[in-house]
Structures are given as C-alpha cells and as structure tokens.
Design a protein around this ligand. Structure first.
Ligand SMILES: [Zn+2]
Length: 163
C-alpha cells in the first residue's frame, strides 16, 4: 500500500522541496479499468520551484510502464510511462484565468493538504491515450494470421515456408 504523502503545495514550491518514490498501480483506483494487469509500480519525482516571475510551480516526473488493454483486440500490452508535467499552483480566484491562458502551463489549485497520490494518478490518467491500442499490425488477432488480407507479417511468413 502506498504510504500517502500530503504536502502544503505552496510551501513545497517556495522552499524548493523534492519528493521521490514509487507508487503501485494497484493503488490508483481510477486507473483500474484501463489496466490489463494491476501489477507493478511507477517511479515518481515531484519538485517544487518558482518560475522566472516567481510563480509557485510543481514539476511532476513519472517513469515506468503499465499494461493497458488494447481497444482493438482487447489483449494487454506494455505501455511505457515517461511523463513530465509543470503545474502552476493557482489560488481559487486565479484558477479560471490561468486555465484560459492557452500557452501557459497547466494549473492546479494550490492546496495546503495536497494528496501526492491523487496528483500522480491525475497526471498519469491525463497522459494516457483516449483509446490505447497496439501499434498498427501488432494486435494479437492479426499476429496469429486469421486470414485477413493485407497482413504483411503473415504473408512474409507464408512466403518463407514456400521456399
Ligand atoms: Zn491490439
């Protein structure tokens, strides 16, 4: 079980604090429907800093992999996770304005009791494709060569046998 970490996000940013560890995929409840196998963990690094104009920021880095369910063939496949997010910590009164700025960084509400696990889960969910799929031609059904025309890998194998 992931030991829950809470930070005062503004204080964390102002004092340049850092936090690193691993979060188990099984502890990310909103992720479960997307996972083929709820095993493994993702390494994370959270760093507080202030941008050039002194705005409080969080950098969130996540590295690892998870097994997602391919939406084409419904089998699992390994999806590498390498994400880096820079989040502006906004006050409630600023959040709407910051969110409307198109080229600005993503903003989240500054929170004296920010749940790091919830933040990591949110960032991971946002980084995943809407409909995760194998690369073209790599689905399990296609690889078995179910007689689909245009399956070049299967055709190449058949060609080899004929020699
Ligand atoms: Zn597939």
């Amino acid at each position: 079980m992931f030991a829950r970490h809470f930070i005062d996000s503004l204080e964390f940013a102002r004092n340049g604090r850092e936090l690193r560890g691993e979060i188990a995929l099984a502890d990310m409840h909103r992720l479960q429907d997307l996972l083929a196998v709820p095993e493994g963990a993702i390494g994370y690094f959270v760093r507080g800093y202030q941008d050039k104009s002194g705005k409080p920021m969080l950098e969130v880095v996540m590295d690892g992999s998870c097994q997602l369910i391919c939406q084409r063939c419904l089998s699992g496949f390994v999806y590498p996770v390498h994400l880096v997010s820079h989040l502006l910590l906004a006050q409630e009164s600023e959040l709407e304005r910051f969110s409307a700025e198109e080229d600005g960084p993503d903003s989240i509400l500054a929170d004296k009791h920010q749940d790091i696990g919830a933040l990591l889960e949110e960032e991971l969910l946002l980084s995943l494709p809407f409909a995760p799929m194998h690369p073209p031609g790599a689905c399990q059904i296609a690889a078995r060569g179910s007689g689909q025309p245009g399956n070049s890998a299967f055709a190449a194998l058949a060609g080899l046998k004929d020699r």
